[in-house]
Design a protein around this ligand. Sequence first.
Ligand code: NDP
Length: 396
Amino acid sequence: MAKVLIIGAGGVGGVVAHKCAMANDVFDEVVLASRTLARCEAIKAQVKEMQGRDIKVAQVDADDVPQCTALLKTYRPDVVINVALPYQDLHIMDACLDAGIDYLDTANYEPPDVAKFEYKWQWAYQDRYVAAKRMALLGSGFDPGMTNVYCAYAQKHLFDTIEYVDIVDCNGGSHGKAFATNFNPEINIREITARGRYWEEGEWKETDPLSVSAMFDYPGVGERRSFLLYHEELESLAKNIKGLKRIRFWMTFGEPYLQHLRVLENVGMTRIDPVSFQGQQIVPIQFLKALLPDPASLAAGYTGKTSIGCLIEGVKDGRRKKVLIYNICDHAECYREVRAQGVSYTTGVPAVTGAVMMVTGKWKGAGVFNMEQMDPDPFMDDVAKRGLPWHIQDRS
Ligand code: NDP
C-alpha cells in the first residue's frame, strides 16, 4: 500500500482527494496540503461524508521550498500529486528532489510575468532526477495527459506511422453564469489570449489569438466551432511521435464567452503586468480572478457534457486511416460522484491514475517524463475503470 500527498485544494485537488480516498486498494494514507487550510478541511469533511474515509490535511506555501520539503519529510509520501498552480511546479520539483520523493503534475511551469507554456524549465530537471533516481511525470491531466496517452496508444496499436493529430476539446456543458472559467481563471485566460501556435513539417507556425476556427463533430455533443490554440502537449508530442507531419490543438468557445473575453481584453482586464492603483501595484488578471466565480463552485447545477479526444490520421498496413479516440464526461454525474464539474473531474482522474502507475511500478524510471513516453496500456485500463472510459471511432 502507498501514501500520497496532494498539493492544491482547488477544483482539481478536490477530485484527486476523493479519487485517492476511493482507491483504498492502492493508497492507505492520503494527505491534502494547500495554501489555505480551510479549503483542505472542507474537502476532508466531504470525503469523510461521501467516501467514509479519513484523510489528513496540512497547510503549506509550496513556493517556500524549505517549508514544502519539511512537509514532505514529515509525511514521507511515495508520490506527490501537484495540483496547485503551474507557478509552483519548479518549487515542488525542488522539494521532491530534496526529500527524495517522486513527483507528478497536470500543467507545465510558466513564469508568472510571461504567458509562456514551455517544458524547457521542467525538462532541465532531467539530470537531477536521474542522479537522484527519482521520477517526475509531467502533465497527467486530460489535456495534457489523456491526449498524450491516446497518441501513444494509437502509435502502439493503431498505426505504423502517425502523420496528423488534431486534439479537439469541447465543453458542451452549461454552468448558467454569464462568464466563468472552468479551471483557474488566471491560467485559463492567459492560455486563451496568447497567440495560437501549431507544429507543421518541423516548424512552429503562429496565428493571432483565436483567429483560426473550424467546425468539428464531437461525439455526444454535436458540431461545434473550435478555435486553434497553442497547448503545451503539442511541444512534447511533436518531439516524441515519430513521423508526425502536423499537430494542432482546438477548443470550443461559445459566442457569449468570446464577447466577454474581447471586452475584458479591450479594457485591459486580462493584462498580466502590474499597474498602479491607488498607491499600490495590482495585476489586472489577478484582480479579475478575485471577481470571477471559483471554478469549483460551478459544479452544482452544471449540465451537459465534455467531449475531448485526438483525431489521428496516418498509415496502417499501407492504407490511410483516420480515427478519433475520445472520452465523453457528464458534468452532473461528476457532481453526484465527487461534487465536481467535468473539467476538474477529467483532470483529476488521470492524475490519480498516473500516481497509481507510479506507486504500483507499472510506470517507472529515473528522470523527467511526458506521458507518451510510457506504456499506454496499463494507463488506459486503469483510467477507464476509475471514471474516464474511452472509445475509438473510425473517421477514415
Ligand atoms: P484552483 O485555482 O481551483 O486551485 C488551485 C489550488 O492551488 C488552490 O487551492 C490554491 O490555494 C492552491 N495554491 C496556489 N498557490 C499555492 C501555493 N503557493 N502553495 C500551496 N497551494 C497553492 O485551480 P484548479 O484546481 O482549477 O487547477 C489546478 C491545476 O490543474 C492548475 O495547475 C491547472 O492549470 C491544472 N489543470 C490541468 C488541466 C489538464 O487537463 N491538464 C485542466 C485543468 C486544470 P488557495 O485556495 O489558497 O487559492
